[in-house]
Design a protein around this ligand. Structure first.
Ligand SMILES: Nc1nc2c(c(=O)[nH]1)N[C@H]1C(S)=C(S)[C@@H](COP(=O)(O)O)O[C@H]1N2
Ligand SMILES: [Mo]
Length: 318
C-alpha cells in the first residue's frame, strides 16, 4: 500500500514510462486503428479517422495533472459504480450496461451563449487533444478510486459555444430514456440527472470531459460516451452520459441538492471538515484496500483549486 500521499502535480519520472500505462495506451490506439480500417463505423466510435490516419500514440498525451498513486484495476472501476439510471446497487450499472443506447448521440447546447444548437459528438469535440488524466475520485459515500481517464479539458470545449457575459454557470443533463433505463422508471431522483458548475470551476484546467478510461472508450456503466470529471468535488458532480448543457445566469438546479438539500449542496467540494449529516467525511476507503485513509481538502487538489473559493465560507457553501 502506498503510504505517501501525493499531490496532483507530483508526477514521478517513473510514471512516464510505466509499462502498464504504456500497454493501456497501445490498446486504445490499436482499437482506434481497427475502427478506422473498418468499412462501416458504428456511430458510437469516437472521431473515426480517414483510412491511414488513425490517431497515433502521441495523441493521448500524459498530463502533468495526473496523480502518481496506484491505479484501481479496470475491473474495480467498471464493476463498482454509481449510475442510478442503471440501478441502485453497485453491480447494477455493469449488469444493465446494454440498456444505455449510445448511438446516435448528440449534445444540445443552449442558454446564455452565441452558438447554441444540436451537435453530434464529433462536432461537439471536433479535434480532441486527448489526454490521460489519472485522478482520484472521492465518492460522497466515503470510498474512493484512482482512475486513468482519457479526456479533454472542458474549458476550451465550452468556449467554442461563445458563452455570453451573462453566463455565470453551466448546467449539464444526462439522457432521459425511461423506456430503456430501468432506474428512470422509479422516482428515486427527479430525472433527468442534472448537475452544474460555476463558470470558473468549469473553465478550470482540472475539469475534464472524459471519453475513455484505461486507454479504451468509456464503458457504458462509466458514463459513455461522454461524462464530466471534476476531481476536487464529490463523485456525484461528475455527471455521466451528457446530452445537454445550458449556460445560465443564476445557480442551476442539481439533482442531489434537489432531492436532499440538507445533505448535498451546490458546491460539494470534498471537505473532511464538513460531515454529511448522516456520516463522517474525515476518512475514506480506497476500493481494494482495508485500512481507511484520511480524506484531503478538495480531494488533494487544494493547491490548484482552493483559490476559486477565496473568501467563501465553505461550511455554509458545502
Ligand atoms: N447520470 C448520472 N451520473 C452520475 C451518477 C448517476 O447516478 N447518474 N452517479 C454519480 C456518482 S454518485 C459517482 S460516485 C460517480 C461514479 O462514477 P464511476 O461509476 O464512473 O466511478 O458518477 C456520478 N455520475
Ligand atoms: Mo458518489
Amino acid at each position: 500500500m502506498l503510504l505517501k500521499t501525493t499531490r496532483a502535480c507530483d508526477v514521478r519520472e517513473s510514471q512516464v514510462t510505466d509499462e502498464s500505462l504504456y500497454i493501456a495506451r497501445r490498446k486504445f490506439m490499436q482499437g482506434t486503428a481497427a475502427l478506422a480500417g473498418a468499412s462501416m463505423l458504428p456511430a458510437s466510435s469516437l472521431w473515426p479517422q480517414p483510412a491511414g490516419a488513425a490517431i497515433s500514440i502521441g495523441d493521448v498525451e500524459k498530463s502533468v495533472f495526473s496523480t502518481a498513486e496506484e491505479l484501481n484495476s479496470f475491473e474495480d472501476i467498471t464493476s463498482y459504480n454509481n449510475f442510478y439510471e442503471l440501478g441502485l446497487k453497485k453491480g447494477d450499472p455493469k449488469r444493465n450496461a446494454d440498456r444505455l443506447v449510445t448511438e446516435p448521440w448528440s449534445i444540445r447546447v443552449e442558454g446564455e451563449c452565441d452558438k447554441p444548437g444540436d451537435y453530434d459528438l464529433e462536432d461537439f469535440i471536433p479535434a480532441p487533444r486527448l489526454e490521460e488524466r489519472i485522478y482520484r475520485l472521492r465518492c460522497v459515500e466515503a470510498w474512493s478510486m484512482v482512475i486513468p481517464w482519457v479526456g479533454v479539458e472542458l474549458g476550451p470545449v465550452l468556449k467554442r459555444f461563445e458563452p455570453t457575459s451573462k453566463a455565470k454557470y453551466v448546467q449539464f443533463f444526462t439522457l432521459y430514456d425511461p423506456k430503456n433505463l430501468p432506474g428512470q422508471r422509479r422516482s428515486v431522483l427527479d430525472w433527468p440527472y442534472r448537475e452544474g458548475l460555476r463558470m470558473d470551476e468549469a473553465m478550470h484546467p482540472l475539469t475534464i470531459l472524459a471519453v475513455g478510461l484505461y486507454g479504451k472508450e468509456l464503458p457504458n456503466q462509466n458514463g459513455a460516451p461522454l461524462r464530466l470529471v471534476v476531481p476536487w468535488k464529490y463523485g456525484f458532480k461528475s455527471i455521466k452520459s451528457i446530452v445537454r448543457i445550458r449556460f445560465t445566469q443564476s445557480e442551476p438546479a442539481t439533482s442531489w441538492n434537489q432531492s436532499a438539500p440538507r445533505e448535498y449542496g451546490f458546491y460539494s467540494n470534498v471537505n473532511p471538515a464538513v460531515n454529511h449529516p448522516r456520516w463522517s467525511q474525515k476518512r475514506e476507503r480506497r476500493i481494494g484496500e482495508i485500512l481507511k485513509r484520511k480524506t484531503l481538502p478538495f480531494n488533494g487538489y487544494a493547491e490548484q483549486v482552493a483559490g476559486l473559493y477565496a473568501g467563501m465560507d465553505l461550511k455554509k457553501h458545502f
